[in-house]
Design a protein around this ligand. Sequence first.
Ligand SMILES: Cc1ncc(COP(=O)(O)O)c(C=O)c1O
Length: 371
Amino acid sequence: MQIAGFGVEEWLNVWERKATYDIAQSTIASMTMKEILNIDGSNGQSFYDLLDQQKMNYGWIEGSPEFKEEVAKLYKHVDSDNVLQTNGATGANHLALYSLIEPGDQVIAEYPSYQQLYDIPKSLGAKVDYWTIHEDDNWYPDIEELKQLVSRETKMICLNNANNPTGTVLDTNFLKQVVEIAKSVDAYVLVDEVYLPLDNPESFTSIVDLYDKGIATNSLSKTYSVPGIRIGWTASNAEVADIFRKYRDYTMICAGVFNDMLAVHVLRNKDKILSRNKQLVMNNLKIYQEWIENEPKVSLIMPQAVSTSFPKIDINEDIEEFCIKLLKEKGVLLVPGNRFDMPGHVRLGYCAQEDTLKQGLAKLSEFLKEY
Ligand SMILES: Cc1ncc(COP(=O)(O)O)c(C=O)c1O
């Protein structure tokens, strides 16, 4: 099976451990185990007491009932039976695509976005058509373009809401229009929803609450800051969940007893974690915005309080060369835009710790003065 290299992952695998100021990541600054367990003020004692009693067998195959119930609470109309635990959102996207896409299907994918959403269907033999987003439209996809792309062969429409790398959030009205188009050809709509806008989370609508053939994928890696536990999920209707079960048995079995326990702890304390993260995101956004206003070589369509952004850098140099030199000379890590097929831009993860962000931006400015 042929598949393209994963641009962003290949870049990060080589460079991320070499950074002093890592402002490339899309996670809201992670917490230590101690901080995670102390989020409820318990110092982790009750968690460790419970952990000590666990047998390290496979545990709950689909995720514990507690996990599935906590996830179901994130939606308006999802039954916990139809939540399946996965190895991160990466595992969730893979499961959904591997289970549903066949050679010859047409898949329409928002582009650029998370590379899994177009290169996995291609590798499975689908005809993938890009629904390209444009900076001139504030990175918002154009519904008229979707109408042009859709056909009787459309099996699935793939979206990333909010979008990585641009941080654009798709609103409810727009999603409803996508659903109407999908319904007209009986297509699934798969939406990777790992980035929740923290300025106004209540305004966010999950695809699974809008459309019977909507599939939401998500994880604890971005909005909840704990990629280290590798826990994600799919949420869908019952029929689709049954299809996923069959494929899931071949690809993962379970996510592990410890990871499930920690995931339940995070979800039960989500209000505290989201409040910590909202504060971090809003504070860093202000710092970032001020920096942009004073940095003549950088312009940006502001992300909507999600942890990824895609500024344009006005330099006369290959963007990847620029990013490598920036890292070697100033210790600052970005993701060059060519990794999203958009040279001229970079992904800047402004939701690092405040000090890292401030120093990273200052060093980036120093470096840009040389151009
Ligand atoms: C849109 C999107 N989906 C999924 C992932 C991977 O998430 P996870 O760590 O849960 O596998 C990322 C990570 O960058 C992402 O940006």
